[in-house]
Design a protein around this ligand. Structure first.
Ligand SMILES: Cc1ncc(COP(=O)(O)O)c(C=O)c1O
Length: 358
């Protein structure tokens, strides 16, 4: 079986964890601080604030912008549910704008129509390892005085015209095991803004600036040093992992036939968290069956766009048609792309897809 994802753990991760276990400092401590400094440096920003997950990173970053009841946040419906749910957690309303069918990211040209006096932030999602089209998004944010919160949970090391994902506003990353780097569970917020970083640190730790003095409502969204030790080792290898993903993607794109392969727009570095093809004409599910029969792992990310999820339709009363997100949900299929794939694995993937489709 060629798996769709494979976390790569070696001696460095094991040594790091053992060091923490021996130190007796298991909760948030020096390893978390070291990971924050190294990750901020990697993204080219002043601050990083580690959290317990990508979801809590998004939630915290929204809280740090003062977003809550009565506010609206514009985002993409074609994502993992966490992006939109983080907006709900604050009491604000996710407002969905359809996607660009080529990049699967929010269509920047359609955002302005969705801006209302209640809009407080734009939350582009850098899906599959490719940044959203940030220039028009930043221009709109500037014009309307909106915060920018990047869901960079799938985009560690992605670039947009020389700038790293996570350096455009508040960047929120996930370190879930399938991601380009992992801590087990974990997340991090990146920002250049001193006040935002301070608010994130406070919200992460029960609204506490001075020990046991609580000025506002906060949470326990901390990362542990055990997780951070894994992250520090993984961060050392992230560029190697990303380059391997990019090389694997190049090979697949050169050899696959009969399917629509990913496009990388000029000036962007796609780090291929997922290698997502489109299989039009209702043939996607047959390809999935064929891959399963040939022991090739695959993923359907995502079979239902957020605005059509039961929670959103039946409980929250969303009644929207967003044709490109809905078409993508019917046509996408992600193939294995992780750094542990061998040339034989890649050839097996190519051969299975080409035999099924052509
Ligand atoms: C786009 C996106 N947003 C948010 C998340 C949430 O991250 P986590 O699973 O670490 O909470 C994920 C990760 O699965 C994701 O892919």
């Amino acid at each position: 079986m060629i798996s769709i994802a494979k976390p790569l753990m070696s001696e460095e991760e094991k040594q790091g964890v053992l060091e923490v276990l021996d130190s007796g400092m298991l909760a948030q401590g020096p390893k978390v601080k070291a990971l924050e400094e190294a990750f901020a440096d990697y993204c080219g920003v002043k601050h990083a604030v580690a959290t317990s997950s990508g979801t809590t990173a998004l939630h915290t970053a929204l809280l740090a912008q003062g977003i809550g009841e009565g506010d609206e946040v514009i985002t993409s419906p074609f994502t993992f549910i966490s992006s939109a749910n983080a907006i709900l957690f604050t009491g604000a309303k996710p407002v969905f704008v359809d996607i660009d069918p080529v990049t699967f990211n929010v269509d920047a040209a359609q955002i302005e129509e969705a801006v209302t006096p209640r809009t407080k932030a734009l939350m582009p999602i850098h899906l599959f390892g490719l940044t959203a089209d940030m220039d028009p998004i930043l221009a709109l944010a500037e014009e309307h005085g909106l915060a920018v919160i990047e869901d960079a949970c799938q985009a560690h090391g992605a670039d947009y015209h020389g700038r790293r994902a996570g350096s455009f506003g508040s960047g929120c990353f996930s370190f879930y095991p399938t991601k380009n780097m992992t801590t087990g569970e974990g997340g991090i917020i990146t920002t250049d803004d001193d006040a935002v970083a301070e608010s994130c640190r406070t919200a992460r730790q029960h609204g506490m600036r001075t020990r046991y003095y609580h000025e506002e409502l906060g949470y326990n969204f901390r990362m542990t040093d055990i997780h951070a030790a894994i992250g520090l080792a993984q961060l050392q290898k992230l560029e190697r992992f990303n380059e391997a993903r990019i090389a694997n993607a190049r090979y697949l794109t050169e050899h696959l036939q009969g399917v629509i392969t990913p496009t990388v727009p000029q000036g962007r570095r796609h780090v291929f968290h997922q290698y997502t093809i489109r299989v039009p004409d209702g043939k996607r599910d047959a390809l999935a069956e064929h891959l399963k029969a040939n022991a090739i792992g695959y993923g359907i990310y995502y079979p239902v766009p957020v605005h059509q999820q039961t929670l959103y339709v039946e409980t929250l009363g969303y009644d929207l048609t967003l044709p490109e997100a809905e078409r993508a949900a019917d046509e996408v299929l992600s193939l294995p792309i992780h750094p542990a794939l061998t040339r034989d694995d890649l050839d097996a993937i190519v051969s299975a897809v080409n035999r099924a489709v052509v």
